[in-house]
Design a protein around this ligand. Structure first.
Ligand SMILES: [Ca+2]
Ligand SMILES: [Ca+2]
Ligand SMILES: [Ca+2]
Length: 134
């Protein structure tokens, strides 16, 4: 059950909406590394802002079940409603692609420990270990 598709959706939720303790319990280092490889499309060992943007768009479309271009509370599970509010900058109850993408940029900056504007596998795994309190 640990296929890449499932991992993508889990981390999409992490990235966009934070995570519940139940999610955290399912995540291990292997899954984090697999997700890193999925985002690092050109396989150079770094995630660039462009790669995270592409990843965000893909996941946004996957979550946007009614394809109306925004995410709302019906499209995320109940325990993530509070974090949806965090991404929802203008508080209209919906998350637009722009809001989602600025949220992802914030995460990228947080992950980029040495501030070279790209995220290495170590930076990525260290960040999620810290977020998930391994
Ligand atoms: Ca790359
Ligand atoms: Ca929608
Ligand atoms: Ca870096």
């Amino acid at each position: 059950m640990k296929g890449p598709d499932k991992i993508g959706i889990i981390f999409c939720c992490l990235g966009l909406f934070g995570f519940s303790n139940a999610f955290a319990a399912q995540v291990d280092t292997q899954m984090i590394k697999a997700e890193f490889k999925a985002i690092d499309v050109n396989k150079d060992g770094y995630i660039t802002p462009e790669e995270i943007q592409a990843h965000q768009e893909k996941n946004f479309n996957a979550l946007d079940k009614d394809k109306n271009g925004t995410l709302d509370v019906k499209e995320v599970s109940a325990d993530k409603t509070r974090v949806l509010e965090k991404a929802d900058k203008n508080k209209d109850g919906k998350v637009t692609p722009q809001e989602s993408s600025s949220q992802f940029k914030e995460y990228l900056q947080e992950m980029d420990a040495n501030k070279d504007n790209k995220v290495s596998e170590d930076e990525y795994t260290d960040y999620w270990k810290w977020r998930l309190k391994f």
